[in-house]
Design a binder for this molecule. Sequence first.
Ligand code: FE2
Ligand code: FE2
Length: 450
Amino acid sequence: MAQVILIEDNKTVNELLTVNMASFLGVDIIDRKNAQEALTLLSILPNIDLIITTYKVNEEETAKTLIEFIKKNKLEISVIVLGGPEINVDDFDFCLQVDNPKDWEKVIQLASQSLGINEDAILKRNTPDYIPVPVKYFLNLDQVNCDVFIRIKKSATDYQYIKRIHNGDTFSRDAIKRYQSQGLENFFIAKENAKNFAIFLSNRLVEKLDNPDLPEDTKIQIMGESYEIAIKEISKLGFTTESIQLTETIVQNMVKTFEKSPEMSSLLHRIINSKTGQLYQRCHMTSIVASEVLKNLKISNQLSYEKIAYASFFHDIMLVEKEELSKINSFEELERAELNEEDWDLVFNHAFEASVLIRKHPEAPTGVDEIIKNHHGTTNGKGFSLNVDKLSDLSKVFIIAHNFVLELLMFKERGGEAKPITEDLLKKYNSPDMVLIIKALEKTLKKKKA
Ligand SMILES: [Fe+2]
Ligand SMILES: [Fe+2]
């Protein structure tokens, strides 16, 4: 990419040129205030391709100073002078002058000539395309398969991308954490690398999660980080071979941690105290609580654990970009939230829409869509209902687990006096089937105290 120094103290002209140079010529613009600053830069970067400068900055003979310097040092740098009286350049061939600095089309035309960019290329050229990738996606990588940039805002419409990690470089988790602690949220990669990066990332996560020597707490942390990546990517791009493989690995790991753990409460404890996001905590805990209740009711088997794990994973996928909305658990709460029409519809229909989405997942067991559709009590996945008698046993168990975990996490967030959640649940759901399920949950909870 060609590098161009721009010295122009008129803000409007400066912005006009910066935006258009970048978008039409795809060059890298380096802003400098005056000749002195430009000379300092030239002493370390003598390979600058072009300087575009105003005639004078205050009392400084900006254009003349720069031309003298280039002549004296025999550099091959062209100079485009904006405005001012005609410059006498003697034997200097690289100088072009534009009478009206606001005539940006003329400036660009001259710049393209002096940079050797032909006009066809200008027409075809678009601004370089980068896509943001959350910094946290890099926490479980020590290498990348493409160049990684950070973005710096240069003006209202213009950004500069600076390469921070080269393709193939190795880096540490601490290095990534340092970016996070500085408040950086996204890295950027070239658009054409997006697909290969996604494949690379999910393969690495699957490799890590499949490692049998990983300590349990580390595993929970990586599962949390992977869950977030998988669910966000799926909600954006739909299912890909890699995201399917990644969900499959996470689901199998959720089932495994449950089967290996003798006591539900200590596992819940570990998850709730891990450094993972709310969304993941709710997902994994719902899966554990529901599986434990199934076990107590003696209606469990490997397949039902898997169904529950898949349902937990995907039930609120429509709300990943608006996490707060996934706490709404009744029609009253929905009305009280005073949402705009779009968000209201999103919440009202999220169970139905997630059930449609999961049917496209080729590995998900049949019947998962039903549990997801029913998770707020309705048969059609729209709205909320406490009348759950017609639903399947798995759906009923899922509803109780889901309610329980929501309350538990809400309590952790709010603090205050602990109250037995199951008592509230008994008031809410009092049909014989539901009472049986809640009693089974109570039994599990009491087990920890014994
Ligand atoms: Fe939920
Ligand atoms: Fe939900």
